[in-house]
Write a new protein. Structure first.
Lengths: 463, 578
């Protein structure tokens, strides 16, 4: 127990310095050449003894015997595996809040506003080869907040971590969480008990969606009318009130904002697809969707993707019909399918979750890897930039010491746009640095002047 | 006439009880002319170099003359200032002095309270906009002058260390309303007011009522929508004023109306933000709406120094430095390195801001032990801040940032006669012997060290058992209370994780959220409970789980010298804990 404790502490410590002090180690001012790796391109097969040249943050060349440009950093990757950076399509990492659960529709809230670029889980995810994540609002209400697609540039600011050009999205949620059945009524002495928030059933969730999009349609009409009158040259018009709740829903109807919808049961997912079709928009992804296999053809027909757990069968009432073959069945029916973590802990080993799909459902290795790379990139609308090892794409890569679908695999280095953001050797060095810094701080504090102010409280023996 | 008064003041200077006639003097209405001359004293005007031996004349509440060779008016009561130093009274650049602690309100926004809250007790008044369309906590029209109470008990702490003036805000809610600068003396709340309104105040703590917004991201959305609505309100109103015929009359909205000065940049907006990301978020909001931002808190401001300087945003720097709380239990995780760094860094922040060219003023930050307020400013000096810059940050710079340097902040003819007379250096262990506020002597009570320190609130290390889904989890909570704000982390079975959106209400009700780690993954839990001395208990809510409970205690804090971790006697671990 103690051993586990101290090990965990050391990992935390080491993480500190990459972010707070040392800037991530730049892998060569100009270029990096990774030599002699087994390159898992995901989209173009596996290349043995291959080289990958990174220039200006992009993958410049992939092939055999690439010559290193002058000044390039050369990494000998003999016996190692290079794969695209892992993409987690569903996480709540870095968030200083998860749910704005007060209302049924909170499309006005933005995850981007409350990101914590110093969250240590970023570093831990990098250590698992993850480079991009989709940070979603929680599932407390039918229409939740706006998501943030982020590259895990540990040590940098939120502004530079936001994935450039990623289309905006929004979280919807269906089912049990939204009904708040298990939410305790918060009773504060001396204050009136608030009524339960509408809706408390799946029927109500459908109505909330229809109501919200009806209002959004009206709002869009108001905006369009104003624009038309301005275009006609009418003077002294006051622009309509901006409505931050309805603006994102108008964007959804205009196809400019991607819907990521939480749900487990097939009936609720079908309901959502119908409502979306009624209002003329598309659901980008169904999140969780553990009963997706029951309606695989309908999902494929709508054109939605689905992001599932590799397991978590029966972990809650809506997951009783979940099966391990969900992802494989959906994929065979033509649905873009991914594995997500929805967890700051599982995000570190999405490679193992992908490996389970080879065992349950018989996916090929490339198909399994696609569920944590290129498929996620497609679901987030960034497949032109990340998700596979192809010339011209961002150099977001993980260098592994073993095949990433093996339980023995660990990440040596994680690159984002050619920069090293996790380095196992560097981590070991930093652990010593952290230990030293701690010792110095503790020593300085113990001998600090206490002439003024309150004496620090000293520990006392327990009675 | 002069001699007996001198005796009285000498008595006061020696720390004796004021004689009855002085009490009568203090009760004299402000309008009665009074002239004083302090002679042979060292004068520190702040706005100009110190005068080693000079005279300052105070008349009718204002500074009438200052210099090495000043004629003493015939009607002046002369005070021999030999061996004494005269400073401008210190300004606490942000607090809630004079504002009674309101009950039944959403708490929030950043650790105000301080002496007033501790000494004032629950107030009958609550900050509520009369005809507002918005819930309490989102009412920018609330003005602190409506709540002010003259409160000698609450003022004795700050005045004892030389603070004569303070910026007071309600310290409650998201839009916290409009603050005032007050002088800390008087029996009449209105007479205390130096300037009002001074600024709009924004805190980023969610409403505690459960209504929207109940999360940090909701706070930003609500702020953004209300500013947008105020802009729209402004435009519609202007259109109506241009040509009311044929246009429906826009409905009056006092809350939106109150935001117009902030949007027009005629009123600054004080935003409570301490960490780097809190400051960056506040600056982003200010940029989005063209606000004149002032950051209050600022413990990580050096990390944002370049931007603060470029955007000309001053900082009201809190002197409420983090302190090591009670030691953790024997098997607790060691304190995170970040926490150690925070404590080591706090006294260095002011010097770093000065070096980076960021304008800053000192504020008490909710510290209830007033000797620590000046003591921590001295610690900043010991950590590299020039002593004159420190004094300036407590006087003239404060007045400049708050827009009252034309009347306060330095010893200059015509300015308000707020003086701190000390034996020794004001910040470096000097003793305030006399105080003038609005030109009248104010009784100085000797600092009561730690008078309010007996009530640590939630600050400290707690051993808490969390029961959820039939399992018990042993956890250690390291909490720090700053006014109504609650910070800290959970260690042990559910963590380690920082708590978020933490706050504590006047009724000792605590509330925070945390992303805890359970077997099946991470979940956001909302903790709500009550503090009772050294015990906490309450409930936690997680979407998709049946509600859980928690209960815990804080090991007694009475300090036994010797240090080191406690030997033996590990805390009882509840059955079923991992």
């Amino acid at each position: 127990m103690n051993r586990i404790f101290s090990l965990a502490t050391v990992v935390t410590l080491a993480a500190g310095s990459l972010g707070a002090q040392a800037q991530p180690v730049a892998a060569g001012a100009g270029a990096t050449l990774i030599k002699n790796a087994t390159v898992l391109t995901v989209t173009k097969g596996t290349l043995k003894n291959a080289d990958v040249l990174i220039q200006n943050g992009k993958i410049a060349q992939v092939g055999a015997n690439i010559a290193a440009p002058a000044g390039a950093t050369v990494i000998d990757a003999t016996g190692k595996y290079l794969m695209p950076g892992i993409i987690d399509p569903h996480t709540h990492m870095m968030s200083d809040a998860i749910n704005e659960g007060s209302l049924s529709v909170t499309s006005m809230v933005r995850i981007q506003d409350i990101l914590n670029p110093t969250a240590v889980n970023i570093y831990r995810a990098l250590a698992g080869g993850v480079t991009s994540i989709n940070i979603l609002h929680g599932s407390a209400n039918t229409i939740g907040g706006q998501n943030a697609t982020v590259k895990l540039k540990w040590g940098e600011s939120v502004a530079t971590m936001m994935f450039p050009g990623a289309p905006p999205g929004i979280k919807f949620a269906l089912g049990e969480n939204v009904t708040r059945k298990n939410q305790n009524q918060i009773i504060v002495v001396g204050q009136p008990t608030p009524p339960r928030r509408y809706p408390i059933s799946r029927m109500g969730q459908e109505q909330v969606l229809q109501d919200a999009f009806t209002r959004a349609r009206d709002y869009k009409a108001t905006l369009d009318d104003y624009k038309a009158r301005v275009a006609k040259g009418e003077k002294n018009l006051v622009a309509p009130r901006r409505d931050l709740e309805l603006e994102p829903l108008v964007e959804v109807m205009e196809g400019k904002r991607l819907v990521h919808a939480h749900g487990y049961r097939s009936d609720e997912m079908l309901m959502l697809l119908n409502v979306a079709e009624e209002f003329g928009f598309k659901i980008q992804t169904l999140q969780h969707g553990l009963e997706g296999y029951k309606i695989a053809s309908e999902i494929a027909k709508h054109g939605a993707g689905l992001s599932s757990f590799a397991d978590s069968w029966s972990y809650k009432i809506e997951a009783y019909d979940a099966i391990p073959y969900n992802v494989a069945i959906l994929m065979r029916r033509g649905v873009n399918t991914t594995i997500n973590s929805d967890s700051d802990e599982r995000v570190r080993r999405l490679n193992i979750d992908a490996a389970k799909l080879v065992r349950y459902g018989g996916l090929t290795e490339d198909e399994a890897l696609a569920t944590i790379t290129i498929n996620g990139a497609q679901q987030l609308g960034v497949a032109d930039k990340v998700g596979s090892i192809e010339v011209g794409k961002d150099a977001d890569l993980g260098l592994w010491n073993n095949h990433p679908l093996s339980v023995y695999a660990a990440v040596d280095k994680t690159f984002i746009e050619g920069k090293v953001f996790f380095d196992r050797q560097q981590d070991l060095v930093m652990r010593d640095q952290k230990a030293k810094e701690r010792a110095e701080l503790e020593k300085a504090e113990a001998s600090a002047s206490t002439r003024r102010g309150v004496q620090p409280v000293l520990p006392q023996e327990e009675r | 006439m002069i001699a007996p008064f001198r005796r009285m003041l000498v008595g006061l200077a020696a720390g004796l009880c004021p004689v009855p006639s002085l009490t009568a003097q203090l009760a004299t209405p402000r309008s009665v002319p009074a002239t004083y001359a302090i002679t042979n004293a060292r004068l520190v005007p702040v706005s100009s170099p110190a005068i080693e031996k000079g005279t300052i004349v105070v008349r009718d509440g204002l500074i009438a003359a200052i210099g090495a060779n000043v004629a003493i008016p015939g009607d002046a009561r002369v005070i021999d200032g030999s061996g004494l130093t005269v400073y401008p009274g210190l300004i606490d650049a942000f607090g809630a002095l004079g504002v009674p602690a309101a009950s039944g309100q959403p708490a929030g926004g950043g650790g105000r309270g301080g002496g007033a809250a501790a000494a004032g007790g629950p107030a009958a008044t609550s900050a509520r906009g009369a005809n507002s369309n918005y819930p309490v906590g989102l009412q920018p029209e609330v003005s602190v002058v409506e709540l002010l109470r003259a409160d000698d008990d609450a003022f004795s702490g700050p005045t004892s260390v030389g603070i004569t003036t303070a910026l007071s805000g309600t310290g409650n809610g998201i839009f916290q309303g409009q603050s005032a600068i007050i002088n800390l003396a008087g029996t009449d709340a209105n007479a205390m007011v130096v300037k009002a309104p001074v600024a709009q105040h924004i805190g980023f703590t969610p409403l505690r009522t459960g209504g929207y917004p109940n999360s940090l991201m909701g706070v930003f959305a609500a702020l953004r929508q209300q500013f947008l609505d105020a802009q729209h309100y402004r435009d519609v109103k202007a259109a109506y004023e241009r040509n009311p015929r044929g246009m429906t009359r826009p409905e009056r909205d006092p809350s939106l109306e109150a935001l117009l000065p902030a949007l027009a940049r005629t009123q600054p907006v004080v935003m409570i933000a301490s960490t780097q990301r809190e400051i960056e978020r506040a600056l982003d909001l200010a940029k989005e709406f063209g606000l004149r931002a002032i950051i209050a808190g600022g413990s990580e401001a050096p990390a944002v120094a370049a931007r603060l300087k470029a955007e000309n945003v001053p900082v009201l720097l809190s002197l409420n430095f983090p302190r090591r709380a009670a030691s953790a239990s024997a098997d607790a995780d060691p304190e995170p390195l970040r926490v150690l760094r925070e404590r080591a860094e706090a006294p260095k922040v002011a010097a770093k801001l000065a070096q980076a060219g960021v304008k800053f003023a000192f504020q008490s930050g909710g510290l209830s032990t007033w000797t620590d307020v000046t003591g921590n400013a001295q610690k900043a000096i010991e950590n590299g801040l020039a002593a004159d810059v420190a004094l300036r940050a407590f006087t003239l710079q404060s007045a400049e940032i708050l827009g009252v340097s034309d009347r306060l902040g330095s010893l200059e003819v015509g300015k308000i006669a707020n003086l701190a007379v000390t034996r020794g250096d004001l910040l470096d262990r000097g003793r305030v012997t006399q105080l003038f506020i609005d030109g009248r002597p104010v009784a100085v009570r000797l600092p009561t060290v730690g008078a309010n320190a007996g009530a640590p609130g939630l600050t400290g290390t707690w051993t808490v058992t969390v029961s959820l889904d039939g399992s018990d989890y042993a956890t250690t909570w390291s909490l720090r209370q700053e006014g109504t704000r609650l910070l800290g982390s959970i260690q042990g079975s559910l963590g380690p994780i920082e708590i978020q959106n933490g706050s504590i209400g006047a009724d000792n009700e605590l509330r925070f959220s945390a992303t805890i780690t359970l077997k099946e993954g991470t979940e956001e839990a909302t903790f709500i409970g009550t503090l009772d001395g050294n015990a906490v208990r309450g409930r936690l809510a997680i979407v998709g789980h049946t509600p859980g409970t928690f209960a815990g205690t804080r090991p007694q804090r009475a300090g036994a010298p010797g240090g080191g971790p406690p030997a033996g006697n590990t805390p009882r671990t509840p059955p079923g804990a991992r």
